[in-house]
Design a protein around this ligand. Structure first.
Ligand SMILES: [Zn+2]
Length: 456
């Protein structure tokens, strides 16, 4: 058996504190091992108390085999962690050790709120019926209100009464619908996701968004913008513990023949480290120029919101008779990380207007960076990026000023041109004028007051 919370600290304050109050089940003949956090019963049963805050923690439990999983405050844990651990439910001896499944207790709210609601609350119609899921597993939901607990400390009830209305309804009355935790309630799989067979014309400008990480993954989202200003997400990379140069090569491979006009990247990539070049410079050396993304979290969230809303229907949905459809579409299967995280993002309890960053929000950050860069400022386009030559001369010049990092050689080889805000896209696409430079920046890039990456 495994009993989980996000951290050992949370375990100590909750399940283990309760257990200590009962002498670690000594009356049942159980033995408690504080170092291992295991409770062993006389018949050999083992109850393991473990933490799993993210997918990395969860994969550390990969070798484990559980017959029963217990999740305390389940919705505080990323649903993917729960799903992954649930895949460890198995037995080598079904007669003696039957698989009992998952038991969880939770308040509404938290990163798992949306998932818990669609998995447990909706299919059981609020606990009024038993549901059998697609894998034949029985799903039950037992609602609990504060009045159901005769032992509750009255001060706690008083505290709950002072909360705002939505949170009070969730915490005191166990309401899963009044809770306003989910950020992007407008998301609908059947509206935002479109068939993968839809072709995105080469003439549509591409935009990339990159959120940088190491054990938390680097996520790259790739999108195209059509003539109506609608964005179509069609590519994604999720890179865990991947060296920067390798990340850059994978970005190029994903982009193929359609390099984006902007790769809006995590500003943290410009951070100086004592031992190495900034990550953005390493990317630049690999032929992947980046631009520092606008990292204003609230504007970014608002931008994502506005793209999720409807506009006049796209060609595909017009054919289906729709008058309107979302201003953001995702090609089916192209961006699984984004599609699984976006609808589950919840508001931060301490900064109620912002997204809770405890969840896996990296795909959201990547998309947010890209959307903030769409159609807002002049852009640098590198076209026909040539084969990369390995960097042999460590002193090779790179430009790293203000908001951009790239190699001048990329301008020589690829040619660059400037896109102005609100310029007619068709004009742009038929305009062959490329600013070239022989080892120097093109004049417009050096002088332009409007080029934001040159204003330090
Ligand atoms: Zn559409």
């Amino acid at each position: 058996m495994g009993a989980f919370r996000r951290t050992y600290g949370e375990l100590e304050e909750s399940l283990l504190a309760e257990l200590a109050a009962y002498g670690y089940a000594k009356d049942l003949g159980a033995r408690w091992n504080q170092t291992e956090k295991n409770l062993t019963f006389p018949n050999g049963s083992l109850l393991m108390f473990r933490y799993a805050e993210n997918m990395l923690d969860a994969t550390r439990r990969q070798g484990g085999q559980y017959q029963l999983l217990l999740f305390d405050e389940m919705t505080l844990t990323d649903p993917r962690v729960i799903r992954f651990l649930s895949s460890r439910l198995r037995t080598g001896d079904p007669e003696r050790l039957p698989v009992l499944g998952v038991r969880a207790g939770s308040n509404p709210g938290g990163v798992g709120h949306g998932w818990a609601k669609t998995t447990f609350i909706d299919p059981t119609e609020g606990g009024t019926k038993v549901h059998v899921d697609e894998r034949g597993r029985t799903v039950r939901f037992i609602p609990a209100k504060i009045d159901d607990n005769p032992h509750l400390n009255p001060e706690y009830a008083e505290d709950l009464n002072t909360l705002d209305e939505a949170t009070r309804a969730a915490m005191r009355d166990g309401s899963w619908t009044s809770f306003s935790g989910q950020v992007f309630t407008v998301w609908r799989d059947d509206r935002h996701i479109v068939p993968a067979s839809i072709e995105l014309p080469a003439s549509w400008l591409r935009y990339g968004g990159l959120d940088y990480g190491w054990s938390a993954p680097s996520v790259y989202e790739l999108m195209a913008r059509d003539q109506d200003g609608r964005v179509w997400l069609y590519g994604e990379l999720v890179m865990r513990e991947t060296p920067e140069a390798e990340q850059a090569r994978r970005v190029l491979a994903l982009e193929g023949n359609h390099p984006p006009c902007v790769r809006a990247a995590d500003p943290a990539m410009w951070g100086k480290t004592s031992s190495a070049l900034p990550v953005a410079v390493t990317y630049a050396h690999e032929g992947v120029p980046l631009r520092r993304a606008d990292n204003d979290r609230l504007s970014g969230k608002a931008r994502v919101h506005s793209y999720l809303e409807d506009g006049p229907a796209c060609g595909y949905h017009r054919q289906l008779g729709w008058a309107t459809c979302p201003m953001l579409h995702v090609l089916d299967g192209a961006c699984p990380e984004l599609v699984s995280t976006l609808p589950n993002l919840v508001y931060d309890k301490n900064r109620p207007e912002d997204v809770d960053t405890h969840g896996d929000d990296h795909a959201f950050d990547a998309a947010r960076y890209a959307l903030m860069s769409v159609g807002a400022t002049p852009h640098l386009v590198l076209e026909g990026v040539p084969e990369r030559e390995p960097i042999t001369d460590p002193s090779e010049r790179h430009i790293e000023r203000g908001d951009v990092a790239f190699r001048p050689a990329d301008l020589d080889n690829a040619g660059a041109r400037r896109l102005e805000d609100h310029q007619d896209l068709n004009d742009l696409q038929s305009d062959p004028a490329l600013a070239r430079a022989d080892g120097e920046l093109p004049e417009w890039l050096g002088k332009s007051q409007r080029a934001p990456w040159l204003t330090d």
